[in-house]
Ligand binder design. Structure first.
Ligand SMILES: *Cc1c(COP(=O)(O)O)cnc(C)c1O
Length: 366
């Protein structure tokens, strides 16, 4: 049977049906209905953050969060190229210029020591990514942002339920975006959220995702449509009930991989971060000096029906649509380029069986 890099977790069928039953009476299918409200408040409690605004997907959540920073047209935004291309697009599609900062080789998040050298007169914000659920150097980033008066929007798409020194990742920077795509640790089929503390921007965020409409006669932003519908919210309500169990099972998968691959020369595995409660979202392995290259191993696994993924290769500063940008070019981010050429994210999901993990590890080692 085919094994993909991930497999969506789902509540049992009856549980979901029970959750959506009301919708046949209310006929309120979208536009901030009861399910939307319930999920929003549950997430505010779960993520321990004053405000959660829900979206139809994570990308539009991030685009709206960057828009809400109200940055000057053409402003520069320091970000990482070692991410899903959505991060970079969310910056560019707001009329801003992504400036690519290298990553560190410990947890692959933005190298906070290299941010300052990229700051110019035009720098307006920083958009770091908690890649694989690894928490960025939030303290140093906050310190730089305060010193240079920069906004910070975290792409926390991978970091749902992750805590650093006991603080939920929803609380760092000016805003944090989570993706609830079907492939993520917690999902609403498609979906996303923006989290923040500032009471003053709640209205703006809610208006922006609904065409910029404030009330029947007022339109105050050139907004788009990015609302989460009731069926998505219902899936989220169900999935949230089972989240702890799911993360527990992911931890077992993580532990099993480590037991099989620890100490193998040329294989670098994800390490637990200090002071962090992880969510075991991904299992990125770096093949550096191993007997076979990353590409050879990926091809070999695919022949056996195991589809690991090269997250994140290519780097976003190496895509055709960014190559024209003066700030692009993977040679400017050598650590990211090195990792992108060697990383393979192995299958990681709650229901991945011990036998399958053994089969994957046997193939890698053979
Ligand atoms: C999944 C993801 C997104 C986009 O989220 P969608 O919900 O798929 O739109 C953005 N950034 C990163 C790092 C992601 O992994």
């Amino acid at each position: 049977m085919r094994i993909n890099v991930t497999r969506s977790s789902m509540p049992n069928f009856e549980e979901y049906i029970e959750e959506i039953r009301d919708l046949w009476d209310s006929r309120w299918l979208t536009n901030m209905g009861d399910k939307h409200q319930e999920l929003q408040h549950s997430l505010e409690r779960f993520l321990d953050v004053p405000h959660v605004v829900l979206y139809t997907n994570g990308h539009l959540a991030l685009e709206n969060a960057v828009a809400a920073m109200n940055l000057p047209e053409g402003g520069e935004v320091i970000t990482t190229p070692f991410t899903f291309v959505s991060t970079t697009h969310a910056i560019s599609r707001n009329g801003l210029v992504p400036v690519f900062c290298d990553i560190n080789d410990r947890d692959y998040t933005i190298d906070a020591d290299k941010i300052e050298s990229l700051i110019t007169e035009k720098t307006a914000a920083i958009v770091p990514v908690h890649v694989y659920g690894n928490v960025c150097d939030v303290e140093k980033i906050a310190e730089i942002a305060a010193r240079y008066h920069l906004k910070v929007v975290y792409d926390a798409a991978h970091a749902f339920a992750v805590r650093y020194k006991g603080i939920s990742t929803a609380n760092f920077g000016d805003m944090s975006m989570f993706s609830f795509h079907a492939t993520k640790v917690f999902h609403t089929i498609e979906g996303g959220a923006v989290c923040f503390k500032d009471d003053a921007v709640v209205q703006e965020m809610n208006d922006r995702k609904n065409f910029g409409i404030r009330n029947a006669e007022e339109c105050v932003y050139i907004g788009g449509n990015a609302k989460m519908n009731e069926f998505q919210a219902a899936m989220g309500i169900c999935n949230l009930r089972h989240l702890e169990t799911e993360i527990g099972k992911r931890k077992d998968v993580w532990t099993h991989y480590h037991a099989r691959l620890d100490g193998v020369p040329g294989i670098i595995m994800p390490k637990p971060q200090k002071d962090t409660t992880p969510n075991y979202a991904y299992f990125p392995v770096i093949f550096d000096g191993f007997k076979k290259s990353r590409d050879e191993i990926a091809a070999q696994l695919a022949e056996e029906g195991i589809f690991a993924r090269k997250y994140f290769y290519p780097l976003t500063n190496d895509y055709a649509c960014y190559r024209e940008f003066p700030t692009a070019g993977k040679e400017k981010t050598p650590v990211a380029a090195h990792i992108a050429d060697r990383v393979l994210t192995l299958p990681m999901y709650a229901d991945l069986s011990a036998d399958d993990i053994d089969r994957i590890c046997d193939l890698v080692l053979r």
